[in-house]
Design a protein around this ligand. Structure first.
Ligand SMILES: Cc1cc2nc3c(=O)[nH]c(=O)nc-3n(C[C@H](O)[C@H](O)[C@H](O)COP(=O)(O)OP(=O)(O)OC[C@H]3O[C@@H](n4cnc5c(N)ncnc54)[C@H](O)[C@@H]3O)c2cc1C
Length: 453
């Protein structure tokens, strides 16, 4: 237990959910320290961004988080933030295949079609593609060499199911190209299944999955920003916004955080900014560490949320949305019917849809960000027959949406960690290292806080 005599000044750079979680942990576990949270933006939350417009609740970034990882749910409960699950009675989801919408086959266990029955009945795959999935039982174990998710899943289950099903599911989480992201850094459990059972299908059959009638995805009733706002509101001192860190340097046993508003002296620093920003800030302190951080690439993404009068829509069965595989060659990755998926997203008589754009290897120019509204409207027109003029359109472009866990990512993170160990009371938090989801980011904030105290 630290005594009140070693009260320290800790500066947290970045008030996204990772930095907020770090501040929350410090305030609870080490209240004797003075915590200053700074962010270059005018609002807290970072990628968590909810807008309330004309009665709509619009998410520019994440719309929910996984409830099977405890961190976000527990944080919301501790702060009294009411949560809701997805509407289970409208939970039909489609995947686009050769221009047609197909039901997402039931029985997916993460990325793996664990139940063959629904897959065999689906028209998504050709007979040869289905046979190849079933043959996964007999595919021998691979080597221990690090591989990409795409290469692994093609080898185990075949090209067709990878391209038509696994790839769009992956893109929904990492936004990137499955042929570039590291299997061990993103889905190590698949590797483990293969190593332990010799087959993913066999392994999943032997590991009974808990049957649950509750939603695996949860979100604050008022939108995801309610969680970020509640964390910020719980801190002993309000975050210092529109304060941009420009560099960090050492001073005696502590640190100076240089900002566009002046210098801040600190005993400890948590960098909860995207990895390349952390790299720039740390360049004067450790050039090798900076180079490792600058090498973490990010994929861009954008969202367009469109609100309509319900009576202007053609008859559409209730569903949550659809995924668009890369092989369909569209800048659209997914469409979510936000007000069917969650309650409280549109005013009475109105409805809200969200089009999600992004592929890591397509340049922003090629994606015609300026034309997002038109691209979104043509997607809804072509795929769902929605020709009505929307009452409201809200677009947002994220140039650094999601860090890409490329081959070698886990080793890079280990090297980063080793170098950070040499820097007294300095730690890193955020989506760039060990998980991009909100619960992972919260955990990274907690770990970073524990490290500087
Ligand atoms: C479109 C989209 C959809 C997503 N969907 C989901 C989802 O449904 N579920 C889920 O769990 N996850 C989702 N994610 C991922 C998740 O939202 C992010 O990984 C997470 O919010 C990142 O949090 P962070 O605090 O690590 O980083 P960020 O949110 O990026 O926060 C970093 C903060 O640092 C600040 N900053 C940057 N530079 C400086 C500087 N020089 N000085 C001071 N401050 C600085 C920024 O302003 C920002 O506030 C999604 C992400 C995106 C982009």
């Amino acid at each position: 237990m630290t005594s009140t005599t070693d009260a320290r000044r800790i500066v947290i750079i970045g008030a996204g959910i990772s930095g907020l979680a770090a501040g929350y942990r410090l305030a609870r576990r080490a209240p004797q320290h003075s915590i200053l949270l700074i962010d270059s933006h005018a609002e807290v939350g970072g990628k968590i961004r909810t807008r309330h417009l004309n009665g709509y609740t619009i998410e520019d970034g994440p719309d929910s988080f996984l409830g099977t990882k405890p961190q976000a749910v527990e944080l919301a409960h501790e702060l009294g933030v009411p949560l809701q699950g997805v509407n289970l009675d409208t939970r039909r989801t489609y995947v686009l295949g050769d221009g047609e919408l197909h039901d997402l086959p039931e029985g997916l266990s993460g990325l793996v079609p664990a139940k063959l029955g629904p897959l065999l009945r689906s028209a998504l795959l050709s007979p040869a593609g289905k046979a190849r999935v079933a043959a996964e039982w007999f595919v021998p174990r691979g080597s221990n060499e690090e591989t990409t998710l795409g290469a692994f899943m093609r080898r185990r289950m075949g090209r067709e199911v990878y391209e038509k099903l696994v790839e769009p599911l992956t893109a929904g989480i990492y936004g990137g190209n499955g042929d570039e992201i590291s299997l061990s850094a993103t889905f190590p459990q698949l590797l483990q299944l293969e190593q332990e059972h010799g087959s993913l299908l066999r392994g999943l059959r032997q590991r009974p999955r808990p049957r649950t009638a509750t939603s695996p995805f949860l979100t604050p009733v008022a939108g995801t920003a309610a969680l970020a706002g509640a964390v910020a509101g719980s801190l002993p001192r309000p975050p210092s916004l529109t304060t941009c860190a420009t560099a960090i340097s050492r001073r005696g046993g502590g640190w100076i955080v240089h900002t566009d508003r002046g210098e801040i002296l600190a005993d400890g620093v948590i960098l909860a900014v995207p990895a390349p920003v952390a790299g720039q800030l740390l360049a004067p302190v450790d050039a090798d560490l900076a180079a490792e951080l600058l090498a973490v690439r990010y994929a861009p993404a954008a969202t367009a949320s469109l609100g309509f009068r319900l009576d202007k829509l053609p008859p559409l069965g209730p569903f949550h949305g659809y995924l668009v595989p890369r092989r369909e060659r569209s800048p659209v990755m997914a469409v979510t019917w936000s007000s069917e998926k969650f309650d409280h997203r549109a005013p009475p008589g109105q409805t809200l849809l969200r089009v999600f754009f992004g592929r890591a290897d397509q340049s922003i120019a090629a994606m015609e960000w300026e034309g997002l509204e038109e691209l979104a409207r043509s997607e809804l027109r072509e795929r769902l027959g929605i020709a009505a003029t929307p009452d409201i359109v809200a677009t947002h472009v994220w140039n650094d949406a999601l860090p890409q866990y490329a081959l070698g990512h886990a080793a890079r993170v280990a090297r980063i960690r080793a170098r950070v160990e040499n820097l007294p009371r300095l730690s890193l938090a955020g989506a760039a290292y060990r998980g991009v989801g909100i619960p992972d980011c919260i955990q990274s904030g907690y770990d970073a806080a524990d490290h500087v105290t």
